[in-house]
Design a binder for this molecule. Structure first.
Ligand code: 6GU
Length: 242
């Protein structure tokens, strides 16, 4: 899977070189390329923003540098013969997007090529998403929000989406962890939170591990975990129970 990220703060994406995703990058399971938007400007001050038409506070990111950066990444000038197999999907993190969920992470994990456009200030000139949504050499545009709060820019949201998708790419997680048990995992856990987990010692500060987990009865343990998932969901996220 190829992932390109365009940002005015390339250093913000440094955590993707660490831990699970970092190992997948080292192993070349993920081809990660981070680009500085300012490299696609032509003025002395590498300007990427301007005042909003219609007035109002803040600044808006200009379309020109975005167009040059995204065309450079796609590596095509206009349309040419193409089997459709390796078209990039443009992902634009924005608090005004549709909600990014575990289902979106699953979809992303099956995409061959994702390009993240990290906006700052009041956002990116709307013609950029309009333009790439209509480009036959691109696989569409996804404007996505990671939750109902406002971040200073798309970089942290990109970290979230890349990590959520990357751990579902075959070969990224070891077999020791089953993504089937995750909270929100499609199937059994679709609308459930994972329950509590325990390890040694069996008693810690007078608190004992639930008996059933020491019993060795796999059927009873599985039932207990399903029950606990429901209890936790009712307590923390009653909105998920139908
Ligand atoms: Cl994707 N971007 C920004 N800037 N803020 C957000 C967000 C995204 N999702 C929630 N808040």
């Amino acid at each position: 899977m190829r992932i390109d990220i365009v940002t005015i703060f390339p250093e913000y994406l440094a955590p993707l070189r660490l831990s699970l995703v970092g190992r997948a990058v080292d192993a070349r399971t993920i081809d990660l390329r981070v680009h500085d938007l300012r490299a696609f400007t032509h003025d002395r001050h590498h300007t990427v923003d301007d005042t909003p038409y219609g007035g109002g506070p803040g600044m808006v990111m200009s379309p020109a540098a975005w167009g040059e950066a995204l065309d450079h990444i796609c590596g095509r000038r206009g349309v040419e013969a193409d089997d459709g197999a390796h078209r990039p999907t443009l992902v634009v993190p924005t608090p005004s997007g549709r909600r990014f969920t575990q289902a979106t992470a699953q979809e992303f994990s099956r995409e061959p090529w994702l390009v993240f456009a990290c906006g700052r200030y009041e956002g990116i000139d709307a013609r950029v998403t309009q333009h790439y949504a209509g480009r036959p050499d691109w696989n569409g545009v996804r404007e996505l929000s990671i939750g109902d709060y406002v971040l200073a820019g798309g970089e942290v949201a990109t970290l979230v989406m890349v990590e959520a998708a990357a751990r579902l790419v075959p070969g990224v997680l070891g077999n020791e962890t089953s993504v089937l048990d995750d909270s929100f995992a499609a199937g059994e856990m679709e609308n459930l939170l994972e329950g509590p987990v325990f390890t040694k010692p069996p008693v810690w500060r007078d608190l004992a591990v639930p008996e059933v987990l020491l019993s060795g009865h796999h059927g009873r343990i599985a039932q207990w975990r399903r029950d606990q998932a429901r209890v936790r969901t009712a307590d923390h996220r009653p909105d998920l129970l139908h």
